[in-house]
Design a protein around this ligand. Sequence first.
Ligand code: HEC
Ligand code: HEC
Ligand code: HEC
Ligand code: HEC
Ligand code: HEC
Ligand code: HEC
Length: 446
Amino acid sequence: MKKNLFAIGIGILLIGASIISSCSKEGPMGPAGPTGTNGTNGTNGANGVNGINGVNGTNGLDGKDANSSCLACHTVANFDTKIAEYHLSKHYFGTSSSRFTKFCARCHTHEGFKQITTSGTFVATNDMPAATRINCKTCHEHKGFDFTGDTVSQILSTNSPIYLNYNKNLTSTDFGTINNLCVTCHQIRGATSLTYFDATTSKNVAFDQLPYFPFTNTDDNATVKYQVGRSFSVHDGNQSNLFAGINGYEYAGKVYTRTWKHSDAACTDCHMNKFDPISNTGGHSLIVNKGECTTCHSGADKITPIQTLIDAKRIELGELLTSKKIFKKSVNATTGAVSYSAEPTHDFFGVLFPTTQSTDTYATALVSANTVDPKTGLVLYTNTVTIAVDADYAKRIGREWKYGELGAAYNYGYINSELSKGVHNPTYALQILQNSIDWVTANSGK
Ligand code: HEC
Ligand code: HEC
Ligand code: HEC
Ligand code: HEC
Ligand code: HEC
Ligand code: HEC
C-alpha cells in the first residue's frame, strides 16, 4: 500500500515536472533511475517506463491508458476480424471435428484436446458425446499478462514438445513453439482400437493394432507379416513429419536431406500469413494466402510444379506396389477416382492367405469396431473377426513382405495422407518416394 502511494506521489511529481518543463523551451534532463518503481504499479506499467526517461513528460500523460497492453489484441474490431476469418477455416466448418470417440476426440474436439494436453495422456479417457468443435479457446489461453518479449507463446494453450502417437508416446519431439500447438493434432494418428471380441471365449482380448511402429530400420530384407486388422496408416495429419523431414521409412545406406528453404518457418508463417479479403485466405482462415508467396519467388508459382512432380511420383509408387501385389487398386465407379490400399499377406490370426481359390475359411476382416451402444450413446469397442473364404486370392502375394516393402507401402501413405503434395518439404518427399520405388524395383521379386 505504502509503495503504491509512493508511486502515485512520484507520478504527481512527474506530471508537475512535465507541466513545468513544457513552460520553459527546453527542460533539463529529468532524474533517471528511481522513478522506475512505477513499474510495480501494475495497472500502469507504461508510465513506469516513461518515468525512467523523465525527458518526455507529455508521453508520461499518454501512458495513463492502463489498458494499452490488452488493447493490442482486445478491441472489438480485432476480435470480430479474427472470428470472421476463423469462420472460413475447416477447423470451424469441417466435417469431422465433432468426432468425439475416445480415440478421435483429442484432435477432433475442443474438450478432448484440453483433456489430453492438461493430463498428458495419449487418448481421451472416454467418449465425449457432448464435446464441441475446435474453437478460439482450444488454441488460446493466457499464460501471463506480462506482454514483453514473446507475446505469442503467452496466448497459446500449449507449446510443449510433442510425445508423438506414432512413437506410442515414448519420446518427445520439439517442432518449435507455435508448431507444437498445431502438431499436437497434425501428426500421425496412433491406435484406434486395442481389443477384439474372441467368439470362442466370449471375451475382449487385447491385440496390437500398430506392431510396425516405430519404424526403426534394422534390415530392409527382414520379413514381416502384414496381418488383417494391423495398421501402419498415418491418417490425414502427417504435415509435421514431412515438414521436419523425419519419420519416413528410410532405406539402409541412403542419405536423406531433412531441411529445406522454409524449415525455420512456423506453420503460421504460411497458414496465417496476411489475410486477403478477396480470396478469403490467410489470417485465422488457416488457408495459405498464396498471393503472399510469389513476392520472394520472383513472381513464380513454386507450389504447382512441386505438387505435380510429387503427385506423379506417388502414383508411380502406387502402380508399382500394385504390380507387386503389395497394394490393390480400386477405381470409384462414379467419380473415377483411383485409390490404392495395402493387401494383407496373412489373416487376423496370422495364417498365410492363399493365391488360388480355396474353400478354406480365414479371418478375413475385423468389423463393428464402432458400434454405438443404444442405451448410453457411447461407442462399444467390440471388433469382431469375420470368418470367410478369401475372395481376394488372385491379388495376394502369397508370402511375407520384406521390411523394405512394408516401408514402401508406409511411405506411400506418408505422402498420400499428408495433403500438401510435397510442398511441406519437396526434397524429403521426393527422396522417400524415389528410394521406395528404387528399392522395390530392385528387391521385390514378383
Ligand atoms: C497478444 C494478444 C493478447 C493480449 C495482448 C491480451 N490478450 Fe487476452 N486473450 C487473447 C486471446 C487470443 C484470448 C482468447 C480468445 C477467446 O477466448 O475468445 C484472450 C482471452 C482473454 C480473457 C478470457 C476471456 C473469456 O471469455 O474467457 C481475458 C479475461 C483476457 N484475455 C484478458 C486480458 C487482459 C486483462 C489483457 C491485458 C493485461 C489481455 N487479455 C491481453 C489475446 C490477448
Ligand atoms: C485440436 C487439434 C488441432 C489443432 C491444435 C490444430 N489443428 Fe488444424 N485441423 C485439425 C482437424 C481435426 C482438421 C480437420 C477439420 C475437419 O475436417 O473437420 C484440421 C484442419 C486443418 C487445415 C485444413 C484447412 C482447410 O481449409 O483445408 C489446416 C491448413 C490446418 N488445420 C492448419 C493448422 C495450423 C496451422 C494449426 C496451428 C496454428 C492447427 N491446424 C492446429 C486439428 C487441429
Ligand atoms: C493425432 C490427431 C488425430 C486423431 C487422433 C484423429 N484425427 Fe482425424 N484428422 C486429424 C487432422 C489433423 C485432420 C485434418 C487433415 C486436413 O483436413 O487437412 C484429420 C482429418 C480427418 C478426416 C477427414 C476430414 C475431412 O473433413 O475431410 C476424417 C474423416 C477423420 N479425420 C476421422 C478421424 C477418426 C474417425 C478418428 C478416430 C478414430 C480420428 N480422425 C482421429 C487428426 C487426427
Ligand atoms: C488453430 C489454432 C487457433 C485457433 C482456433 C484460433 N487462434 Fe488465434 N492465434 C493462433 C496463433 C498460432 C496465433 C499467433 C499468430 C502469430 O502471431 O504468429 C494467434 C493469434 C491471435 C491473436 C493475436 C494476434 C492479433 O493479430 O491480434 C488474437 C487476438 C487471436 N488469435 C484471436 C483468436 C480468436 C478470437 C479466435 C476464435 C475466433 C482464435 N484466435 C482462434 C491460433 C489460433
Ligand atoms: C512454406 C509454407 C508452409 C509451411 C511452413 C507450412 N505449410 Fe502447410 N501448406 C502449405 C501449402 C502451400 C499447402 C498446399 C495448399 C494447397 O494445395 O492449396 C499446405 C497444405 C497444408 C495442409 C492441407 C490443407 C488441405 O487442403 O487439407 C495442412 C493440414 C497443412 N498444410 C498444415 C500445416 C502444418 C501443421 C504446418 C506446420 C507443421 C504447415 N502446414 C507448414 C504451406 C506451408
Ligand atoms: C521471404 C521470402 C519468401 C517468402 C515470403 C516465401 N518464400 Fe518460398 N522460398 C524462398 C526462397 C529464397 C526459396 C529458395 C529459392 C527458390 O527456389 O527460389 C523458396 C523456396 C520455396 C519452395 C521450394 C521450391 C522448389 O522448387 O524447391 C517452396 C515449396 C516454397 N518456397 C513455398 C513457399 C510458400 C507456400 C510461401 C508462401 C506461404 C513462400 N514460399 C513464401 C523465399 C520465400
